[in-house]
Design a protein around this ligand. Structure first.
Ligand SMILES: NC(=O)c1ccc[n+]([C@@H]2O[C@H](COP(=O)([O-])OP(=O)(O)OC[C@H]3O[C@@H](n4cnc5c(N)ncnc54)[C@H](OP(=O)(O)O)[C@@H]3O)[C@@H](O)[C@H]2O)c1
Length: 362
């Protein structure tokens, strides 16, 4: 056990979070130690801290699935990264890799090297939902992924594809990745404040999900019912809306958990399901439903070996993927910053931006 310690923001019991001291381990084989500059707070952090999800009684649990910073040390067998590199990473393997702490140990396969001049603040917005969008579209929905350069249009280039809830940060990456891969008929739903931005990212049509005639507008834009749908919200209400526009032989990807009601975050007393209960399922049996769990994306070996280590660095180097806008928490103590960020996420006060906490100055 290391004799070094550092500060981490953790949940220590259901509903309790605080800054604690934790040991600073050294990176093992295939691992990278990152001196963390920024981390993100996402809905899953609130489910872990408020309801003890994914915890299994094993407290304390450090929070923050996304991180950016500078490589402090690399373990044996790590290629392509060295001390001093600027990186962003996704924490898939327990507390030691989480971002809301001064030092994190992550698997090198979840790390992307950043261009030297890339903003660490912006980089902390990317990993979870870039991975979510890529994994959902090109693994779960089995669409043909991007090639470089896009020389041959993908088989479904002219098939309408619905990204429902594209105002969400996951949806923003989905729209960009579909455009990048050559899909020309992306239909997005979002609040009007996001419409011009989503069009600039590659959506052919954007429909306000609050409009009474939303289903008709989607069907008019598509010209037929939808074969492929990504629901970036995956609440009971969004699935119900999608059921009125999806083709009987269509496929719908749901970002789990499915939440009761219509919001993208589940508050107290709101149910969440990792499988859509039969009595809440609005779809006919012929519609294929795919539940997405991004934490498992490395089971796809191609994605494990390429998505963060090779593809994202290239997309950032060539400036062909845009990070999300940032809602920054950088004032007061680490405890203050993390607590305020958690409150904003748990209260659903996020409008298309990523909630980012400054962990340390670089
Ligand atoms: N299982 C997984 O692997 C996985 C991965 C990522 C995310 N998720 C889940 O997916 C959900 C979204 O995550 P996120 O990080 O993308 O969220 P986010 O960026 O925080 O999403 C916020 C946006 O959601 C939109 N929204 C809220 N309710 C909506 C509704 N009823 N219809 C359409 N849009 C709605 C709002 O868009 P407007 O501003 O347009 O109103 C809001 O700006 C969360 O529940 C999260 O836990 C799961």
């Amino acid at each position: 056990m290391s004799s070094q310690i550092h500060l981490a923001f953790a949940t220590t019991a259901v509903g309790i979070t605080s800054v604690i001291q934790v040991p600073t381990p050294s990176p093992g084989p295939g691992e990278v130690m990152i001196k963390v500059a920024y981390s993100a707070v996402i809905p899953l952090d609130t489910y872990i801290s408020d309801y003890g999800r994914l915890v299994n009684g094993d407290y304390p649990v450090v929070l923050g699935f996304n991180l950016s910073g500078v490589v402090g040390a690399v373990g044996s067998g790590v290629d392509g990264l060295q001390t001093g590199d600027k990186v962003c990473a996704f924490a898939t393997a327990g507390s030691k890799g989480k971002g809301l702490q001064e030092y994190a140990i992550v698997q090198s396969s979840t790390c992307a090297k950043l261009p030297d001049d890339y903003s660490l603040k912006a980089a902390a917005t990317i990993p979870d939902n870039f991975i979510t969008a890529f994994y959902t579209l090109f693994d779960c929905l089995e669409l043909t992924p991007p090639t470089f350069p896009v020389s041959v249009p993908p088989p479904h280039a002219d098939t309408p594809i619905l990204v429902y809830g594209a105002g969400a940060t996951s949806g923003q990456y989905a729209v960009q990745l579909l455009a990048l891969a050559g899909y020309k008929r992306v239909i997005a739903t979002a609040s009007p404040r996001h419409h011009s931005y989503l069009k600039s990212l590659g959506a052919a049509h954007v429909v306000d999900y609050n409009a009474d005639d939303m289903p008709q507008k989607i069907l008019l834009a598509a010209g037929r019912s939808l074969q492929f749908v990504l629901d970036c919200i995956s609440a009971e209400g969004t699935l119900k809306s999608i059921s009125s526009v999806v083709s009987p032989d269509g496929v719908v990807a749901m970002l789990l958990p499915v939440t009761e009601g219509s919001r993208h975050v589940a508050g107290k007393d709101v149910q969440m399901w990792m499988e859509l209960p039969v009595d809440r399922n609005p779809f006919p049996d012929s519609v294929k439903l795919v539940g997405v769990r991004t934490l498992l994306y490395q089971q796809n070996e191609y994605l494990r070996d390429n998505l963060m280590p090779k593809l994202l660095p290239r997309l950032l180097e060539e400036a062909i993927i845009q990070p999300n806008r940032v809602l920054l928490f950088d004032q007061g103590s680490l405890q203050d910053r993390c607590q305020e960020a958690l409150d904003v996420v748990r209260n659903g006060q996020v409008n298309g931006e990523k909630v980012i906490v400054k962990v340390a100055s670089m």
